[in-house]
Ligand binder design. Structure first.
Ligand code: UD1
Ligand code: CA
Length: 462
């Protein structure tokens, strides 16, 4: 039997006070909607449907995933109405359907799996996930009769005596798919908000003598919907802790968990230390025995073993074993830093392969370059890669030495074992084993200081 999932993500999220739809806001540097899709993928559901409406194109552009099907809800007339938009593609299918609020990104695959297992084991037609909450929560209340769920009453529709109910709807459900769509046909908007509520389905199923039930979880943190930016910020803190704890248990040393933000897709090896003040995100992979930080931002970086990086900002790059980087290095756009490189103190590289054992110890800009092994890049070296219109390549071959304050005007090649004298502006190829000097020759004028003084005195008398 197949399992489907529907994520309701069409709402505007008025309380976010934003020009962006709610589900694209990031929790721990990843949009809410992607957290949910990733949990569903981990669960291996057969098909994922996302109901989009407000700024649908923004949500779609962000997801870019062939296994996710989008369904448009033109007008947001409520969560029940949202589900009905998928009627044409879903209503006739045999199977189990998980329904999720799009604004609860901390839900885990494990909890969803438990929900589905419970639902199936008890042969339920509808199961609503619940949690005991503080009474201030404006969640739908679970109304029970003789211990059995009768209906869900939305906060705004609560009657006297129902406010005190602590068991509340957290907005995650599991249904027999066909029965869900049968019940949805009967949902009306006869309530305080004039909306079609998914929650009404529970009462309708009861009236039709279908088996409904609740599945209570212990930790509201996982499903507390995000409705404003305070809740958004709290969600990041909760997830930060969850992710950091997992790394700590896996043998990663995190010196200060409060100031360390590690994204959910990051992988870190054993005995690696993360110093305070790091943001590590995207598809970053860090090997064993590394020391990262203090104060690094890494995004989509692959780092092998025994690497040290301090005070640096690195994106979309690969760093091989034994490399030592920083302080103050910026690497971006597909840099590949090979084994045992030393790079530090204000160096920027872009789209550059930097060979084994090569060094750029101070103050350099190396862009669109291919640098061989055992190369020394002197302090202040610049690859002049941009002429205002086009970017050009610099090739620096093995064992060459680039003197301080050199400009390498691209396209240009420095041959193997070649020398570039300090202060040179190189505009044409330097062949292997050659030394290039491209600067004005020094002229000394002996005794010229006294001549200068005489000239000054003459001026003074005039
Ligand atoms: C919903 C539940 C409430 C529960 C709470 C838990 C209903 C009627 N109420 O309330 O019982 O306690 O979640 O957080 O479902 N959406 C659409 N289309 C719409 C309306 C909403 O796609 O027409 C989406 C929203 O984008 C959001 C989700 O559905 O992701 C939930 O909607 P929201 O308005 O936040 O529902 P709550 O009032 O929080
Ligand atoms: Ca909500």
């Amino acid at each position: 039997m197949k399992t489907y999932a529907i994520v309701m993500a069409a709402g505007k999220g008025t309380r976010m006070v934003s020009n962006q739809p709610k589900v694209v806001h990031e929790v721990l540097y990843k949009p809410m909607i992607l957290h949910i899709i990733d949990a569903l993928k981990e669960l291996q559901v057969d098909q994922i449907f996302v109901i989009v409406g407000h700024k649908a194109e923004v949500v779609k552009a962000l997801v870019q995933d062939d296994s996710v099907h989008f369904v448009i809800q033109k007008e947001q007339l409520g969560t029940g109405h949202a589900l009905l938009q998928a009627k044409d593609v879903l209503a006739n299918k045999e199977g189990t359907t998980i329904v999720l609020n799009g604004d609860a990104p901390l839900i885990t695959a494990e909890t969803l799996k438990n929900l589905v297992t419970y639902h199936k084991k008890n042969k339920n037609v509808g199961t609503v996930m619940t949690c005991d909450c503080e009474l201030e929560k404006q969640f739908g209340r679970i109304i029970k009769e003789d211990g059995k769920v009768r209906e869900i009453v939305e906060f705004k529709d609560l009657q006297e005596g129902q406010y005190e109910i602590t068991e509340m709807n957290v907005g995650e459900y599991c249904f027999d798919n066909k029965e869900l769509y049968k019940a949805l046909e009967k949902v009306t908007n006869n309530n305080k908000q004039n909306e079609y509520y998914i929650t009404d389905v529970i009462k309708i199923m009861n009236e039709d003598a279908r088996r409904v039930d609740s599945f209570k979880i212990g930790d509201l943190a996982e499903v507390g919907g995000i409705n404003n930016r305070i809740e958004l910020s709290n969600a990041t803190k909760i997830l930060q802790k969850r992710v950091n704890n997992q790394h700590l248990l896996n043998g990663v040393n995190i010196v200060d968990t409060d100031s360390t933000y590690i994204g959910t897709d990051v992988i870190i090896g054993t005995d690696t230390t993360i110093e305070p003040g790091c943001i590590i995100k995207g598809k970053t992979i860090i090997g064993d025995n590394c020391r990262i930080g203090p104060y690094c931002e890494l995004n989509n970086v692959t780092i092998k073993d025994n690497v040290e990086i301090k005070f640096s900002v690195i994106s979309d790059s690969v760093i091989e074993n034994g490399v030592d980087i920083g302080p103050y290095v910026r690497l971006r756009n597909d840099c590949h830093i090979l084994e045992n490189v030393h790079m530090g103190n204000f160096v920027e590289m872009k789209k550059t392969t930097f060979g084994t054992n090569s060094k750029a110890a101070h103050l350099a800009y190396i862009g669109d370059a291919n640098v061989g092994s055992n190369v020394n890049i002197g302090c202040g070296t610049i690859t002049v890669n941009y002429d205002g219109k086009n970017k050009s390549q610099t090739i620096i071959k093995d064992n060459s030495f680039i003197g301080c304050n050199s400009n390498l005007v691209a396209p240009v090649t420095i041959g193997e074992n070649a020398y570039v004298a300090a202060g040179s502006t190189i505009t044409s190829e330097v062949e292997e084993n050659a030394m290039a000097i491209a600067r004005a020759r020094q002229v000394n004028k002996p005794g010229y200081v006294s001549v200068l003084e005489e000239k000054r005195n003459l001026k003074g008398r005039k």
